[in-house]
Design a protein around this ligand. Structure first.
Ligand SMILES: *Cc1c(COP(=O)(O)O)cnc(C)c1O
Length: 379
């Protein structure tokens, strides 16, 4: 097909926005990266040890999971063919949702196309105009987008700050019909954890509902959580793709009947659903595997003389975007890939290297990367 003549004003808009981002050191570009052995990746013609994957348990290529996906692929084909509500709700979903509900200790579960779709489909299904959402300052972009999309009044409390959350409730709760509090079990950029028990008591006291995003918790940190609504992803420690919400039966029934990202989006391919169920079986059975990413993160924090890691995510905050890029380039020159995370993903002045530790890392790799950070004055 011949290339269509571009529309000048559209291209000028795009080019000037990109130039503006570049001038601030905030231009982002994708680099083609192929998975290699274990935690290695091939990038720019080199093989690097990556600390930037969320496949915490190495399950994306686990033989039993690949076999489950292959069998489903051969039996049922590449795609689901319709949304779950029409004819895409494959029998595999029943197995997967039962497993999820059991692991989270809830009455029921609902699987979505991705974690992002789970949030966008759930928050606006529960609250809207006349309701209040209070969100931790550090919640993921897709929770913020979902909150805005809901039409509810939206306020943020300082990160993990119970006093601020309490104050916002005391000052505002009575003006709204319903109230939803949003947080994460493990924060994706800081690796710290939310005070879920006191937060849930506070929510209860003010007749508010607590929703926790467990994208980075499933499979790598303990699962007992007092939240009313547990949301998460099957794309990180579970190694595949898809999102889920676990809650009481009436909440799940409401989501299954009204959530727009379920109603108006095609179901996951059957092979993906089968892979997720196989992954959860392994997570349930292999506690030694599940303990390894956190143990690796704790080796790293002890080598750097820092407070013990609370999750497999450990940020090394360096300040300005250029400094984060320089640190990432230094590690890359030494055979390691660690992404530089810059604003707006994190707050201005808190650009960082974000380390995500996998069960598949080796002690020697962790020791070497820690030594490089110290030798170059980054830690
Ligand atoms: C990755 C992530 C999501 C989105 O999950 P996907 O399945 O990748 O769409 C949501 N919340 C948090 C905190 C995440 O880290």
């Amino acid at each position: 097909m011949p290339v269509r003549q571009p529309t000048a004003s559209l291209d000028e808009t795009a080019a000037s926005r990109l130039a503006h981002l570049r001038a601030q050191g905030l231009r982002r570009e994708m680099v083609t990266t192929a998975p290699a052995q274990g935690v290695q990746v091939e990038r720019g013609g080199r093989t690097l040890v990556s600390f930037s994957g969320n496949d915490y348990l190495g399950l994306s290529r686990h033989p039993a999971i690949v076999a489950a996906a292959r069998e489903a692929l051969e039996r049922y084909g590449a795609g689901a063919g319709a949304s779950r509500l029409i004819s895409g709700s494959h029998p595999y979903y029943e197995t997967l949702e039962a497993l999820l509900a059991q692991m989270k200790g809830t009455q029921a579960a609902c699987v979505f196309g991705s974690g992002t779709l789970a949030n966008i489909g759930t928050i606006p299904a529960l609250v809207g105009a006349g309701d209040l959402i209070l969100a931790d300052k550090s919640v993921h972009a897709c929770m913020l987008d979902s909150a805005r999309l809901s039409g509810a009044t939206f306020m943020r409390f300082a990160h993990n700050n119970m006093d601020h959350c309490r104050l916002l409730l005391e000052e505002n709760r009575r003006d709204f019909q319903r109230c939803l509090i949003l947080t994460e079990t493990v924060f994706s950029m800081d690796g710290d954890r939310a005070p879920l028990v006191p937060l849930s008591e506070l929510a209860c006291l003010h007749d508010a509902w607590l929703m926790a995003d467990d994208a980075h918790g499933l499979g790598v940190v303990p699962q007992e959580s007092p939240a009313d609504i547990h949301m998460g992803t099957l794309s990180k420690a579970a190694g595949g793709y898809g999102g889920y919400v676990c809650a009481s039966r009436p909440v799940i029934d409401l989501l299954k009947g009204t959530s727009r990202t379920l109603l108006f989006s095609t179901a996951l391919p059957p092979a993906t659903v089968a892979a997720a169920a196989a992954a959860l079986e392994i997570i349930r059975a292999d506690s030694e595997l599940c303990a390894r990413p956190l143990a690796h993160a704790r080796l790293f924090t002890s080598l750097l003389g820092r407070e013990e890691a609370q999750s497999p995510i450990v940020p090394v905050i360096v300040g300005e975007p250029e400094r984060a890029l320089a640190a990432s380039a230094m590690l890359e020159a030494n055979g390691f890939y660690v992404a530089a995370i810059r604003p707006p993903t994190v707050a201005l002045g808190s650009a960082r290297l974000r380390f995500a530790f996998s069960a598949l890392h080796e002690g020697g790799q962790i020791e070497r990367v820690a030594a490089l950070l110290k030798a170059h004055g980054y830690a």
